[in-house]
Write a protein that binds this ligand. Sequence first.
Ligand code: NAD
Ligand code: TYD
Length: 348
Amino acid sequence: MTTLLITGGAGFIGSHLTRLFVTKYPEYHIVNLDELTYAGNLENLQDIENAPNYTFVKGNIIDAALLQQLFNKYAFTAVLHCAAESHVDRSITDPLAFVKTNVLGTATLLQTAKDNWKNDFTGKIFYHISTDEVYGSLGDTGFFYENTAYDPRSPYSASKASSDHFVRAFYHTYGLPVKISNCSNNYGPFHFPEKLIPLCIHNIINNKPLPIYGKGENVRDWLFVEDHARAIDIIFHKGKTGETYNIGGHNEWTNIALVKELCKQMDIKLRREPGDSAKLITYVTDRAGHDLRYAIDATKLKEELGWVPSLQFEEGIAKTIDWYLENSEWLRDVTSGAYKEYYEGLYK
Ligand code: NAD
Ligand code: TYD
C-alpha cells in the first residue's frame, strides 16, 4: 500500500489536494500533518475526515522527532509538501516565521525523508509545492519558464525560493527523488479571506471597503484551485523525477479589473443595483516591494503530461462566489478571533 504524507493539508490548496487523493485513491493511506496555524482549518476537510484511508496528525514540520515517529509508524513512500507560511503581507511583518516554516521546515522534512529512505529510493517521491513568485516580477510582457532565473523579492518568495533550492540540492547531492511545481495565484472555495479574492467577496457581502494596493495595476495569473490539485496529481504520478513543472491559468488580470468583475457578479447575486459594490473600492498605500506582474508559461505541463485548466475564469469565479455565499458559517468562523485582530491591525 502507498502511504503518503501530505503536509499542510488543512490549508487552502492542501485541503483540495487531500480531498482529491483520499477520494480518488482509496488504495492509498493519506496522513495529513498540519500545525493548524491561523490558516489551517479542519472544517475544510469535514467531508472526508472519517474516510478509512485518511489520518490527521496535528504537528509542526520543523519537529524532527515527530517526523521520525511518523515515518516509523507509517513507513511513507511519498511526501506531498504543501505546508508553508503563504501570505506576502505577513512575510513583510514577520519574515523569520517564513524562514522557520518554509526554509527550516522544508529542510527538516527533506532530511527525514532522506534518512528514512536512504537504502531504497525506488518508488519514493518527495513532491514540493511551490510558487511562481520565486521567479520575481515581470514587466508588461514575457512569461516565467521552468528555466527562468530565480529572483525573489519578498520575504515570502525568498523563503520559497530557498526551499526550492534545498529540494534540488537533495536531488543532486543525495539522489533524493524529488519533483517541484511552481504555480500561479490560486482561487476557489476554502481560501482564507486575507488574500485578495476571498477578502473582497467577504467585504462586498458585509459592505466594507475593498482595499486596493497602489493603483491596482499589478497583474496576477489566476487558476482555479481544483485545477492546481489536478495538475499536482498528474505530475506526482507521471512527471519526471528531478524536474520542475510550471502550472498556470493563462488568465491575467490587473487587480482593479478583477475586483470590478467581482463587484459586477456580486451585484447580480446579491440583487444590488449595478455599481453598488464597486463603490466600496478604496485605494490604499501600496505593498512594500509589490511585484508588478506574474505570468506562467505552462507549455511543458501541457505538452509532456496533457494538463490544461478545466475551468474558464468566469465559471470558476462564479462557482467561488456561490460557495462563499452558501458557506457563510465557514466565513464567519475564520474571520473571528485571532484573525480579526490581525486584519484590524493591517487595515487600520
Ligand atoms: P495556506 O496558508 O492556506 O495553508 C498552509 C497550511 O500549512 C495551513 O493549513 C497551515 O496550518 C499549515 N502550516 C503552516 N506552517 C506549518 C508548519 N510549520 N508545520 C505544519 N503545518 C504548517 O497556504 P496555501 O495557499 O494553501 O498554499 C499551500 C502551498 O502552495 C504553499 O507551499 C504555497 O507556497 C503554495 N502556493 C500557493 C499559491 C496560492 O495562490 N495560494 C500559489 C502557488 C503556490
Ligand atoms: P494576494 O492575494 O495577497 O496574493 P499574492 O500577493 O501572493 O499575489 O494578492 C494578490 C494581488 O492583490 C497582489 O498584487 C496584492 C493585491 N492586494 C490588494 O490590492 N489588496 C489586498 O487587500 C490584498 C490582500 C492584495
